[in-house]
Design a protein around this ligand. Structure first.
Ligand code: FAD
Length: 448
C-alpha cells in the first residue's frame, strides 16, 4: 500500500498508560503499523496511583444515557468473546437498588436499540431469595430492583497489562518517564494562528519530539497543561476536567464464608442510606471491594499560572491503597458495607482503603478531541468514574478522532468545547466536597 506523504515517518507520543493511553497505543499501532508510537508513563506498568489500577472494575452496558449504552455494548462484545479480554471478565450479573426509575430507563434503552436483553425488574422479596447474601441489605425505599445477568466485573491490572503487552508486541515503544511539560512553539514563531506542540520534555530535561502528542493523563491533565503554558490560559483545562476521588475499601472474607458470597452479582445500592456499590468476591484471595459514591476534589493554588484547580495530592496514602485514610471516609465505607450486607458485614475484615483519583467532566462524558488552542496536541481523558469498562474500544475512537473520521455525534459529545447536552453518564459520582473539608472535619472530631 502506498502511503500518502504526510503519513511517512509519522510519530505519535501518548502520555499516560491508563485505559485511555494503552487502548490508544494499541489501536493506533494496529491501524498504522508504519507509524512510530511511543507511550510514556511515570511508572513502569502498573502505576498504583492511576485510576485504571485497581482490584476490579464493574463492566456493564446498563446506562441511562443511550449513547454510552451503545458504546458499552460494543465493549461488552469484546469482553465476552475477544481472547485478549475474555480471560479477565467475570459475568456475575449486576443488581441495582434505586427509586428513581433507572432500571426502567435501562430496559427502555435496550428496547430502543433493538438489543435483546435478559435484564429484568425484580420484586425485593424475590431478590432476597435469589441472592441470600443481600437479604439483610438496606432495602428501605426500594420498590423494585433491576437485575441484569449479562453484566459483571473485570480484573483491572491484569486486563490492562495484557493489552499493554499486546501493544508492545506489535511495536509500541513504552518509556517509563515523567513528563514535566509539553513542548510548544509559539504562534509568533510558527507564523500560524495557534501555538504548535512539538513533543514533550521529561522531568530529567530530555526532549522527545513527535508529530502528534496525545494527553491521556487523567487526573493530572490540569497540572500538566498549567505547567506547560503557565501564561496562556487558553491552553489550560478551565472547568472542563476536574480531578476528583472516590473512596474504595477492600475487605477480606473468611474462606469458610465464601459459599455465601461466591455467586453474588455486583450490587449497586444507590439509595442515599448506602450510596455505593460492591464488587463480588475475587476468586483468588477472597476480596470484596466497595466504593462510596460521594466524590471529592483537591483544590490547589498553582502559583506559576496564578490559577486554582483540582489536582491529586502527591502523598501515596492519599492516592494508593493504604490503611491510613481519614476516619470520616472509613465510616462512609462502613455505611456502604452495612447497606449492602447488613449484619453479614461481620464476616469481613477491612484490609485497605483507597482515594482513587479520576478526572470528571461536567456531564461525565469524555473528551476525545484536538486541543482547540494548540496544533498537534490532543486530549483523551474525562473517565468520570465509568470509563474503565471501555478499555477494548476507547483507542478506536481516539484513532478516529486523530484521522478526522469520528461521527458527528461523537465529535459533539467529546469536543474540547463540548456542545452536547447529555443526561449525565455517571452523575451520582459528581464531586460535591473537597479533601480539605474532609481533613478539617477529621481535625474537629479529634478535638471534640
Ligand atoms: C473509585 C473509582 C471506581 C471506579 N469504578 C469503575 C468501574 O467499576 N467501572 C468502570 O468502567 N470505571 C470505573 N472507574 C473509572 C475508571 O477507573 C477511570 O475512568 C479510568 O480508569 C480513567 O483512565 P485514564 O486513562 O483516564 O486515567 P488513569 O488510569 O489515571 O491514567 C493516567 C495515567 O497518566 C499518567 N500520567 C499522568 N501525568 C503524567 C505525566 N506528567 N508524565 C507521565 N505520565 C503521566 C499516570 O501515571 C497514569 O498512569 C472508577 C474510578 C474510580 C476513581
Amino acid at each position: 500500500m502506498a502511503l500518502p506523504d504526510e503519513e511517512l515517518g509519522i510519530s505519535y507520543l501518548i502520555v499516560g498508560a491508563g485505559v485511555f493511553g494503552v487502548s490508544t497505543a494499541f489501536h493506533l499501532k494496529r491501524s498504522k503499523p508504519w507509524a512510530t508510537v511511543v507511550l510514556v508513563d511515570r511508572y513502569l506498568y502498573p502505576n498504583p496511583s492511576a485510576a485504571s489500577f485497581d482490584l476490579n472494575k464493574i463492566i456493564r452496558a446498563d446506562y441511562h444515557d443511550i449513547f454510552y449504552m451503545k458504546l458499552a455494548l460494543q465493549a461488552m462484545e469484546a469482553w465476552n468473546s475477544d481472547p485478549l479480554y475474555k480471560p479477565f471478565y467475570h459475568e456475575t450479573g449486576i443488581l441495582f437498588a434505586e427509586n428513581v426509575g433507572k432500571g426502567a430507563v435501562f430496559l427502555d434503552n435496550y428496547r430502543r436499540l433493538g438489543q435483546e436483553t435478559q435484564a429484568e425488574s425484580l420484586d425485593v422479596d424475590e431478590v432476597r431469595q435469589r441472592f441470600p447474601c443481600f437479604q439483610h441489605a438496606n432495602w428501605t425505599g426500594v420498590t423494585r430492583a433491576y437485575y441484569n445477568p449479562r453484566s459483571g466485573w473485570g480484573e483491572a491490572v491484569p486486563a490492562l497489562g495484557a493489552l499493554l503487552q499486546a501493544a508492545i508486541d506489535i511495536g509500541v515503544v513504552y518509556e517509563p518517564t515523567t513528563v514535566a511539560k509539553v513542548c510548544l512553539e509559539t504562534a509568533a514563531l510558527t507564523g500560524q494562528l495557534l501555538p504548535r506542540c512539538v513533543g514533550i520534555e521529561t522531568a530529567e530535561g530530555r526532549v522527545l519530539r513527535a508529530d502528534h502528542v496525545i494527553l491521556c493523563t487523567g487526573a493530572a491533565t490540569a497540572k500538566l497543561l498549567a505547567d506547560s503554558a503557565p501564561n496562556d490560559p487558553t491552553l489550560h483545562v478551565g472547568d472542563r476536567l476536574v480531578a476528583a476521588a472516590a473512596l474504595s475499601c477492600k475487605v477480606r472474607v473468611d474462606p469458610e464464608k465464601w459459599p455465601l458470597y461466591r455467586d453474588a452479582p455486583v450490587f449497586a445500592n444507590l439509595m442515599s442510606h448506602t450510596s455505593g456499590e460492591a464488587i463480588p468476591l475475587t476468586p483468588e484471595g477472597g476480596f470484596i471491594k466497595v466504593n462510596h459514591e460521594l466524590s471529592f476534589t483537591h483544590m490547589i493554588y498553582h502559583s506559576a499560572s496564578n490559577t486554582h484547580f483540582s489536582s491529586p495530592p502527591d502523598s501515596v496514602k492519599h492516592s494508593c491503597w493504604a490503611e491510613d485514610v481519614p476516619q470520616v471516609l472509613k465510616e462512609e465505607a462502613m455505611k456502604v458495607l452495612r447497606g449492602t450486607y447488613g449484619p453479614y458485614m461481620e464476616d469481613f475484615q477491612p484490609e485497605s482503603y483507597r482515594m482513587c483519583w479520576d478526572v470528571v467532566t461536567k456531564n461525565q462524558g469524555w473528551i476525545i478531541s484536538p486541543h482547540d488552542a494548540c496544533e498537534n496536541l490532543y486530549v483523551a481523558a474525562g473517565g468520570s468514574f465509568h470509563a474503565w469498562k471501555f478499555l477494548p474500544i476507547l483507542g478506536e475512537y481516539v484513532v478516529a478522532m486523530l484521522d478526522g473520521t469520528l461521527d458527528e455525534e461523537s465529535v459533539n459529545r467529546w469536543s474540547w468545547y463540548s456542545i452536547a447536552d447529555s443526561a449525565g453518564a455517571c452523575e451520582s459520582y459528581a464531586p460535591r466536597r473537597d479533601l480539605k473539608d474532609i481533613l478539617q472535619t477529621e481535625k474537629v472530631k479529634a478535638r471534640v
